[in-house]
Each structure stands twice: as structure tokens, then as C-alpha cells.
Design a protein around this ligand. Sequence first.
Ligand code: DCC
Length: 187
Amino acid sequence: MWPPVAVELPERHEDTPAPGTDLPPHYAYCFGCGDRQEDGLHLRASVGEGQRIRSRFTVTEAHQGAPGLAHGGLLACAFDEALGTTVGNLLRRPAVTGRLETDFLRPVPVGTTLVIDARLDGVAGRKVYVSAEGRIDAEDGPVAVRARALFVLVELKHFIDNGRAEDLRAVAADPSLLGSRPVELNP
Ligand SMILES: CCCCCCCCCCCC(=O)SCCNC(=O)CCNC(=O)[C@H](O)C(C)(C)COP(=O)(O)OP(=O)(O)OC[C@H]1O[C@@H](n2cnc3c(N)ncnc32)[C@H](O)[C@@H]1OP(=O)(O)O
């Protein structure tokens, strides 16, 4: 059963941009979306209809597991990012991945662009349920990967208490490293 508990499905946050709007990387050094991670995944997300966010991820030579094929762990990373950005942008509250499950249905060759449609499935207290499917090269392409996850809402303190001090200092010195954030920061 998914979600596994009774949930509410909140409206998306009033600050969520209009459908079709491209979303900036949430952190410049994020492996999933950051533009300062040369061999990162460089996922690009945009707002979909209702409780949906669409992301695109192009598999490069740096992402191989077997010759010419994407590594499954990196595909899981892409879905972690796509699902996390769905939670962050639709609820505008900080959250971290508690559990992530993936079904790999087809191999994904280097050069493929995965079109990942993620949606918010519901919220139960601090628990947020999201799911996604990734299609090969087009929004109606064959499904290659399905994923679902539980994110847990946390306070900003979670990142301040647990993040490495020099990285937190770098963000405080240059807040533009956080391209989008779930709450306004006042360092
Ligand atoms: C615009 C912005 C864009 C922002 C865009 C952002 C995109 C980011 C994308 C990347 C996201 C990541 O990779 S985040 C990084 C990877 N994840 C992490 O580092 C998280 C590490 N884990 C933790 O810090 C902790 O375990 C927490 C915070 C998840 C939970 O600890 P806690 O705060 O003490 O809460 P706890 O009571 O244990 O759990 C709360 C509830 O969740 C349930 N729960 C917790 N973990 C699990 C689990 N694995 N499976 C089932 N259920 C679980 C508990 O049973 C409980 O249910 P009940 O008793 O209430 O019923």
C-alpha cells in the first residue's frame, strides 16, 4: 500500500512558482543539481501541474556502471534529488530522505535523458511520501525506473548542527550558493 499510512494531501505552497517555471539548483555543490559539481548529475527541475515536479537528467560517461550504461546507484541518486526537490518546492519546508526505494525496469544507456515525473503523495505529521517514474528520452518514453520515498521534515537546526563548519561558513559568506531554499535564512 502506498502511502503506507493515512495521509493528507496539502495544496502546494503559495510561493511555489507557476507550472512550467524552471527551478534553480538548491545548492551549488549539490551532487544532484549543483552547477559547481563538474561530474555531478546536473538535474534540472521545473514545476509541473498540481503536486508534480518534472526533472531531467542526462546520463554521461561519468555516470557509468557497466560499459555504456548508467550506474544504478547514480540513478537512485537522481531520484533522491528529483523527489527531494518535489518536497522542498511544494511544501517549502526543510526535509531529508529517510527511506528511498527504487525499481530498475530497463537499462539506461549513456546519452539518455531520463524524464522524471515526481509527485507529492501525502503528508502524515513529519512524514512526507513522494513517488516518481523516469522515462527514456521523452515524457511518454518507456519507463526505466520507478522510485518512492519517505522524507522527514526537519528544523533548519538539523543542517546547522550536522553540516561541516567550513561549508556552512561558505554559505553564510555567499548565500547565493543556495539557489532556492525552503525557508528564508537569517544567518
Ligand atoms: C526549495 C527547496 C528545495 C530543496 C531541495 C532539496 C533536495 C534534496 C535532495 C537530497 C535529499 C537527501 O539526500 S537528504 C540526505 C540523506 N538523508 C539523511 O542524511 C537523513 C539521515 N537521518 C536522519 O537525520 C534522521 O534519521 C531523520 C531526520 C530522518 C529522522 O530522525 P528524527 O528527527 O529523530 O525522527 P524520527 O522520530 O526517527 O522519525 C520521524 C518519523 O519518521 C519515521 N521514519 C524515519 N526514518 C524512517 C525510515 N527509514 N523508514 C520508515 N520510517 C522512518 C519514524 O518512524 C517516525 O515516524 P512516527 O513515529 O512519527 O510515525
